[in-house]
Design a protein around this ligand. Structure first.
Ligand SMILES: *[C@@H]1O[C@H](CO)[C@@H](O)[C@H](O)[C@H]1NC(C)=O
Ligand SMILES: [Zn+2]
Length: 280
């Protein structure tokens, strides 16, 4: 059903693209870059965008790239697979005396001004609903995010100490919701479907998961902050994530028809648990 809806949405987009093209293309040169395929991509959820952007990574990755688990979480070594998934206070970013949590960032020159603006909008969105303040690095900063266009969309979980890369590849990662998703990882959050209480809310169908990808559905002690399980979290993967056979890898409990994993930006629960974790 979702696929049919998406196809008809695409048809509408194609039609409108054809008939409004003249007036839109005159606006500015970036309008030309806004191809039909890009318009249809805007229909995708964050979780679909991430899967799409990272699906062919293994072919291009080098030894310098970090190991990725759960699709887009970076770790430095195999030993880290089972390590503390950022539940100790040491992986939080510190709070300043004014009550704000300043997180220094540096955006590398990999990006066009249009792309940098998408990143900046994602960074600044946190100021509107939390005490998190992403701000440009200063020489005295010890810990900071280096926002780069590397292979795919990924981030480490929580503050790592020193420089840590948040990769937002120019091809595929530059959307408001994907920027928020990766920044939430950097702030300490994991995926919704890995919550220790997830079995009460989703049934994982390992028989439909790509062989070798089962670890993506492990359960860990995530930073739930007393918040309810949230199907609309920007950290919740979609029904067919890592599917090998176009069959669902997750179905909701108790009603399997409930839609989930469709978030295009942070949900109210995402915001609430961020504010709870950082005592905003
Ligand atoms: C889910 O959808 C199917 C097919 O439309 C329907 O037969 C079934 O009753 C629905 N289940 C619930 C719990 O709504
Ligand atoms: Zn992720």
């Amino acid at each position: 059903m979702a696929h049919i809806l998406r196809l008809s949405a695409l048809a509408v987009l194609l039609l409108s693209a054809c008939c409004w093209a003249d007036s839109e293309l005159q606006e500015e040169d970036t309008a030309e870059e806004l191809s039909v395929s890009e318009l249809s991509v805007s229909e995708l959820s964050v979780s679909e965008l991430l899967e799409r952007a990272n699906s062919h990574l293994s072919e291009f990755r080098s030894d310098n790239d970090p190991i990725l688990i759960e699709g887009d979480i970076a770790i430095d070594s195999e030993a880290e697979r089972n390590a503390d998934p950022c539940t100790s206070s040491g992986c939080k970013w510190g709070k300043a005396s004014d009550g704000k949590v300043y997180v220094p960032y540096y955006i590398t020159n990999h990006f066009s001004s249009r792309e940098a603006a998408i990143i900046t909008r994602g960074l600044e969105s946190f100021s509107s609903f939390s005490c998190i303040r992403f701000r440009p690095t200063q020489s005295s900063d010890r810990d900071w995010l280096s926002i780069e266009s590397q292979n795919g969309c990924y981030s480490f979980v929580g503050r790592r100490g020193g420089k840590q890369v948040v990769s937002l590849a120019r091809s595929g990662c530059l959307y408001h919701g994907t920027v928020q998703h990766e920044l939430l990882h950097a702030l300490g959050f994991n995926h919704e479907q890995t919550r220790s209480d997830r079995d009460n809310h989703i049934k994982v169908l390992l028989q439909n998961v790509v062989s070798g990808m089962e670890h993506n559905f492990r359960k860990i002690a995530t930073l739930n902050q007393g918040s309810p399980y949230d199907y609309n979290s920007v950290m919740q993967y979609h029904r067919y994530a890592f599917s090998k056979n176009n069959q669902p890898t997750m179905v909701p409990i108790p009603n399997p028809n409930v839609s989930f994993g469709n978030a295009k930006e942070m949900s109210r629960n995402d915001i609430a648990r961020l504010n709870t974790l950082y005592k905003c």
